[in-house]
Design a binder for this molecule. Structure first.
Ligand SMILES: [Zn+2]
Length: 248
């Protein structure tokens, strides 16, 4: 009751606005209709491994397990990747506002979308694991957006979240605007498992905000699997769909 009253008061002082367009909305955590309609939600048919949507039904073949050309040519280290939203001009302000601007009012909605897209990953996992930030970046940003997503997913699914299974042992340069090759080089060997016993034989869902080239997911999955993890699934809020657009 008190929380509700306080919320009404704060809404009067700071009227809720759409995190994408800045237009007034009814309540916090909502998008203005134009922003909502601009978003591209991803759905099957998609690559059963990396979640890349196929342009039309059956484009990946008629088998239950259909793979994209990239996953056939080079099978990923992680078992599956899923994201509910395309990373594009429409979703970029939403993601950047959350990642750098501290806009968290949509987090429960993000978790709901991710649960729908990655239900099969969550159903087969023991634990949720956010992609760690290096302590220096955590210090300057004050929060780890992947851990916020992980916590919301944990609350929604009941799966525990553990944050110390993987460490980022060196600060990697920002991946923004970098090519696939340099992204891969940036994060190769950047992650370590401090305690192999806590990883061995377990199934993880790795959480991150955006899946761009998969370089970070691959580096994390490699470290976890070398330490004995049996499954590493990757769930992100967004995914780059056109490989020519890796700029975040
Ligand atoms: Zn694929």
């Amino acid at each position: 009751m008190i929380a509700h009253a306080l919320q009404r008061l704060s809404d009067l002082a700071w009227p809720p606005v759409c995190p994408v367009s800045g237009a007034a909305v009814e309540e916090n955590g909502r998008l203005a209709p134009a922003a909502w309609h601009g978003l591209t939600f991803l759905d099957a048919p998609w690559c059963s491994t990396c979640g890349l949507p196929f342009p039309y039904p059956g484009a990946g073949g008629s088998q239950a397990a259909t793979l994209c050309a990239m996953c056939i040519a080079r099978p990923p280290v992680f078992d599956k990747a899923r994201a509910p939203l395309a990373y594009d001009d429409a979703s970029r302000p939403l993601v950047l506002g959350f990642k750098h601007g501290g806009r968290r009012e949509m987090i429960d909605r993000f978790a709901r979308w991710m649960t729908v897209a990655g239900g099969d990953c969550l159903a087969d996992a023991d634990v949720i694991l956010p992609v760690p930030l290096h302590w220096r970046r955590l210090w300057s940003r004050r929060y780890n957006q992947s851990a916020l997503l992980g916590r919301a997913l944990s609350a929604r699914t009941g799966l525990p979240m553990e944050t110390d299974r993987l460490l980022r042992k060196r600060a990697t340069p920002s991946q923004a605007g970098q090519s696939a090759k340099s992204r891969k080089r940036n994060v190769a060997g950047a992650f370590v498992v401090p305690d192999r016993n806590s990883v061995q034989g377990r199934r993880f869902v790795l959480i991150d905000d955006v899946f761009t080239t998969g370089a970070t997911a691959t580096a994390c999955a490699r470290a976890l699997k070398r330490a004995g993890a049996v499954r590493v699934y990757v769930m992100t809020l967004c995914r780059v769909v056109r490989t020519s657009d890796p700029t975040i």
